[in-house]
Design a protein around this ligand. Sequence first.
Ligand code: ADQ
Length: 763
Amino acid sequence: MAKRNALVIVANRLPVDQITAEDGTQSWQRSPGGLVTALEPVVAKHGGTWVGWAGSTGMAPAPFTLDNLSLHPVPLTAQDITEYYEGFSNGTLWPLYHDAAATPKYHRRWWDRYVEVNHRFAQAAADVAAEGAVVWVQDYQLQLVPAILRKRRPDLRIGFFLHIPFPPVELFSQLPSRTQLLEGLLGADLLGFQHPDGAHNFLRLANYLCGYETDRTGVIVDDRRVRAEAFPISIDFAQIDKLAQDPNVLARAAQIREELGNPRQVILGVDRLDYIKGIEKRLKAFRELLDDGDISVGDTVLVQVATPSRERVEHYQELREEIEREVGRINGEFSELGTPAVHYLRQSYDIAELAALYRAADVMLVTPLRDGMNLVAKEYVSARPDLGGTLVLSEFTGASSELTGAFLVNPYDIDGMKRIIIQALRTDPTEGKARMSAMRERVAHHDVTMWAAEFLTALHEQTRPPEPLPGPLVPLASAQDVWVVCDYDGTLSPFVDDPTRALPAPGAYSALMELASLPHTQVALATGRPAAVVRGLLGLTPDDPVSVLGMHGFEIDASLGEPLSLTDEQQKLREQVRAHTITTLEDLGVPFVQRPLEEKDGAVVYVEDKPNSVAVHVRRLDPAQRENVLMAISNGPALHEGLAVTPGDMVLEMAVTQVSKGDAMNLLRKNAPDAHFLVLGDDVTDIDAFATLQSEDVAVIVDRRLPDMLTAARRGTLRPAVAERLTPLAIAHLSAAVTVPDPAAAVALLKRFASARAQELEK
Ligand code: ADQ
């Protein structure tokens, strides 16, 4: 039985290589790489294990430890490598996720093998993870692992990080196994992407292809929220910065320039030999610059280092041939005896040699067609403590959002790229230093340790056990019949400038539906807005079992009672009030609109015509103007006889009927005389609902406005229109209320209540 650990990293490859000495003895050596460097301190601290393939096919070596890293090899057969790794991972997903830079291939047997191998990795992780452990799954080869793992080990806290871009809907939708992949990822608690675009694409797809409710940063899956956000990866800045000042590295940098024939300028490219890196287009631009006479051999030299990669995959073989042909062509046409135009090195180097190359280069070319991040760009910047050198960077890399001091290029635009290369070669040293300094600042502060810490902290937050249900709600969870009644604005939806965009807090819809689906549990919304508007904002369909009482109870669902309508007199009054409001605003010279506010509207008043009222919204005005307008309306149109005037949050409502949320509550109680009520609200009009509560009922107040009003009432500083609503009963319920800070917390409370009640009802 393997030792169980509190932290498990799952990646396709273990961070080690097996080396064979001259005498044939074999040993393990840690492979260099940012991921190990980033995770090593975390793994060491938590006693973690790394699960992955050890690099040779057949039987996996037994679990072992190297440099404090506990390693758990997963076996892969030659056929697994062909179908799961070279096939589905690198023949299908890799090109597709990189803008289809090569044509993705779809083979059902590749997919089948991918599923099988993902099961194997998930099982290995399940075997080594301790109860409640954090499991952090890495990259596109293992996208099904989170869901498989969650099924086997629901106790685990699962994170996933994608190192490559996550494609937009139009591309991802090509995948025959698209929903399975999304569902696989959704097994995680936290999904990390290199760039906000990746997270955004994922959220759109989870909604579009799987039908899940999503918001800006997450997806609601059953009773869980999966968070999806950008966590841009970085490098060990300090290590490379230090290395780049090492006398041996500096001497080697000088030697490199000498070996190159002491050209005036050195241009460098360092890439894995991959078609996404845009090496061919870069070579083409360089050839044309030589051809045009903008640069000359001997004066400017290009060094292109390319690490061999995925050499058995067809696209990669073609690419290599193409690049080598182009290098041969350039050198054939332009080299002089002993002075090649391009130095092409298809080799791997250690980090010290790379640091020397970085220091020797005047211009670094990083021009991928698409790249999740691109660490080479960050390494180059870290290797320039002298603030020398300039970086030419493709705008299609994740790094381009951070390295704003780079010269950005569109690698598909060869002429543009040529212009930018010349600009980079001719950069004034003062400007070059300023650019380099800004980029170094960024990488120094966002290094790989910070990346890992931010991801793991977010995962811990995301999976923190829920707080217990507040005491007053406990008896309600087991009550025979319960009605949950919620206000909308300010209670389930944060206040925004534009009321038409007052979207619900994440998870609000599913919380309401969860409650409404429980036996003996009814849900209603009591809002000052028209019912249809709130239904639209929440996405409630007529089939959803939630009642909506609009206009403070003037609009009622047919299932609850007879609809109300205005008398001729009330209709006339409403018209008069509206006309009076408009002349008042005209007299004040304050601009106003009579249709829902739009983003382009500036500081205007919105005069809302509601079925039984006129509401004046002043949110867009500056505070002094707001007061003026509210005063003028209160002392003018609001004085018409027969009006019920309600001051809300930056709105004044003048209703021609006397219906209040108290009436709405009474109607509900008439329908269910024995039910207990849980009522959530945040504003003045909710006081009327709270005032109808009985002793077993519970009030939940959201935000500070109502508690502040209570304080003001005690001090006698409350406006009379509000003070008169605060009956002794209302004060008693408000004082005993459970309070939550904001709509997000209100939604979380509803969810907790729903699951507690579900458990009680099952007993
Ligand atoms: P890669 O596609 O491999 O990584 P990149 O981010 O540039 O791309 O990392 C390459 C690494 O290999 C760098 O650390 C570099 O120093 C090293 N390297 C390159 N050529 C080398 C050579 N000849 N010898 C030795 N080392 C060499 C994937 C994604 C990226 C993402 C990373 C990390 O494609 O977008 O930045 O993962 O998340």
